[in-house]
Design a protein around this ligand. Structure first.
Ligand code: NDP
Length: 249
């Protein structure tokens, strides 16, 4: 594999499992130095860190709750002090709290919007302050095809993910003159803990609705994120790249 990210410093939120973990691993394989955050998965984060750092230090996990402004500021200050640069931010951390609208609590709505959308705002603002002086940067938001198609029982999640698409477009315009490129990757269904929660019957129906006939691996999402972070994507900004096996066609 080519080392397209050699010499670059990346920050990935929610790197302790699932798609975030795959992005961390892919970035390391492509030569980046990666800061990743974990929330509840301290043991898992430590395990990934030990494994990847065996042949030289290339990843550092930091504890953080993406909904906390002070955590975003603290992590970015740490990166600035230690590495003096930040080239790539991936806003990956995200949750679901599914419920039909009439039964959805205000707490469920707020929790999903706070984590998936407000979190991206807080971490982007902190990261951009490090990118601006260097006149260079990449921001990649992990959205979802649900933000485009909608989904029953996911009004909160769909609203947050659609919000990320708007945030991506607005920031792409705002930061283009500083050579900071902002894009969104919108996966369909990916094999992670998030989708493993679905009942088998629902998983079967899902596979049938996907033209490619299968869910994605986390690595297939990470590959697109790595491309957008790489010098090869130097003329792409404000876009949402759908990676869904044809689900939304
Ligand atoms: P997982 O549930 O497997 O992992 C979620 C990650 O986010 C974990 O690393 C978790 O950390 C972290 N996280 C959750 N809440 C917080 C928080 N408050 N502060 C900091 N970190 C937090 O999710 P996936 O890998 O499946 O999803 C990753 C992203 O991809 C999400 O944005 C999701 O919406 C999106 N996505 C997923 C799809 C799928 O099919 N799986 C489809 C489309 C989009 P920890 O474990 O340490 O608590």
């Amino acid at each position: 594999m080519s080392r397209r990210l050699e010499g670059l410093v990346a920050l990935v939120t929610g790197g302790s499992r699932g798609i975030g973990e795959a992005i961390v691993r892919r970035f390391v394989r492509e030569g980046a130095f990666v800061y990743a955050t974990y929330h509840t998965g301290a043991d898992r984060a430590r395990h990934i860190e030990d494994e990847l750092n065996r042949d030289g230090r290339c990843v550092i996990f930091l504890p953080a709750d993406v909904t906390r402004e002070e955590d975003a500021e603290r992590c970015c200050a740490h990166i600035q002090q230690e590495s003096q640069r930040l080239d790539i931010l991936v806003n990956n951390a995200g949750i679901t709290a599914d419920q039909l609208l009439v039964r959805m609590s205000t707490e469920q709505w707020d929790r999903v919007l706070n984590t998936n959308l407000r979190g991206a705002f807080l971490w982007t603002r902190a990261a951009v302050r490090l990118m601006l002086p260097r006149r260079s940067g990449r921001i990649i938001n992990i959205g979802s095809v649900v933000g485009i198609m909608g989904n029953v029982g996911q009004a909160n999640y769909a609203a947050a993910k659609a919000g990320l698409i708007g945030l991506t477009r607005a920031l792409a315009r705002e930061l283009a003159s500083r050579n900071i490129l902002v894009n969104c990757v919108a996966p369909g269904y990916v094999e992670t803990a998030m989708t493993a929660q679905l009942p088998e019957q629902q998983q079967h129906a899902l596979r049938q609705a996907i033209p490619l006939g299968r869910v994605a691996s986390a690595e297939e999402i990470a590959a697109v994120v790595a491309f957008l972070a790489s010098p090869e994507a130097s003329y792409i900004t404000g876009q949402t790249i759908v990676v869904d096996g044809g689900l939304s066609l």
